[in-house]
Design a protein around this ligand. Structure first.
Ligand SMILES: C[S@@+](CC[C@H](N)C(=O)[O-])C[C@H]1O[C@@H](n2cnc3c(N)ncnc32)[C@H](O)[C@@H]1O
Length: 237
């Protein structure tokens, strides 16, 4: 449904990758520190945190929402039966298809993620869900809808890992040496997206039916000071 798509002005991840080298996979998704792609150690930290939080097993089928160029997704798809990555950036999905798609098990699809979770076929085939570094870019009402749809339609998905959320309690740390504009923390189409406190996130996810637990990355992770991760499960609260 066209009226529920992100407004076209949200073009950051649609235009930016066009300015990067074809093999600058971390630059394309803005996983950089002072303009340089993050190191392999940092990627390993992410891969370990997500695999462990998802309790990723060989038999799992993973749905990666907002998969970007697939450079991260493939690390997880390779550890299980495979999966589907969905993203609305034409350029990033093209890069994913050229470099990382392995049909029929590791597939990338161009779509808005809310639209996809609302209408995607055979949702019950997925056993784990992931949304890394991206949830904050969904407008508030669409974020809520996504959590609800995932809970209701993806009934065989036992864990939903949502990673790298900007922590509103730590905003001051982030903006110490950056320009802050009033209210930017509520704007889904800003550079970081919507900042939420862990309590705010808990309320949102519990309303959709999920049980929530939080984790933070090791101290030497580049964004550890102002981001947190969430593991959603279907267990009792
Ligand atoms: C920082 S990148 C992260 C990509 C990937 N998850 C990773 O960690 O490498 C944010 C991604 O979210 C995607 N995105 C944002 N809003 C989206 C939406 N409504 N539907 C699909 N993709 C979206 C962008 O296109 C971009 O690829």
């Amino acid at each position: 449904m066209v009226e529920n798509r992100q407004p076209e002005r949200f073009t950051l991840y649609k235009e930016h990758p066009k300015t990067c080298a074809p093999d600058d996979f971390w630059g394309q998704v803005k996983r950089t520190v002072n303009g340089a792609p993050v190191s392999d150690d940092q990627i390993t930290m992410i891969a370990e945190a997500v695999s462990s939080g998802l309790d990723l097993r060989q038999n799992d089928l993973l749905l990666d929402l907002c998969c970007g160029n697939g450079a991260l997704s493939r690390l997880f798809f390779e550890k299980c039966r495979g999966g589907l990555g969905v993203d609305f950036s034409e350029k990033l999905v093209e890069i994913a298809k050229v470099n990382f798609e392995r049909l029929p098990d590791q597939v990338y699809l161009l779509d808005d993620v809310v639209e996809y979770v609302r209408t995607g076929m055979n949702p019950d085939r997925f056993t784990k869900l992931l949304c890394y570094g991206s949830f904050a870019y969904l407008e508030a009402h669409r974020a809520e809808e996504l959590l609800q749809l995932c809970f209701e339609r993806y009934c065989n998905a036992s864990v939903f890992y949502i990673g790298n959320l900007p922590d509103k309690d730590q905003m001051e740390t982030f903006f110490t040496d950056r320009t802050y504009s009033e209210g930017v923390e509520t704007e889904a189409d800003s550079a970081i997206g919507i900042w939420r406190t862990p309590d705010e996130f808990r309320t949102l996810a519990e309303r959709a039916g999920w049980s929530v637990s939080f984790s933070t990355m090791p101290e030497d992770f580049y964004a550890a000071r102002y981001r947190y991760d969430v593991v959603l499960t279907r267990g009792s609260r």
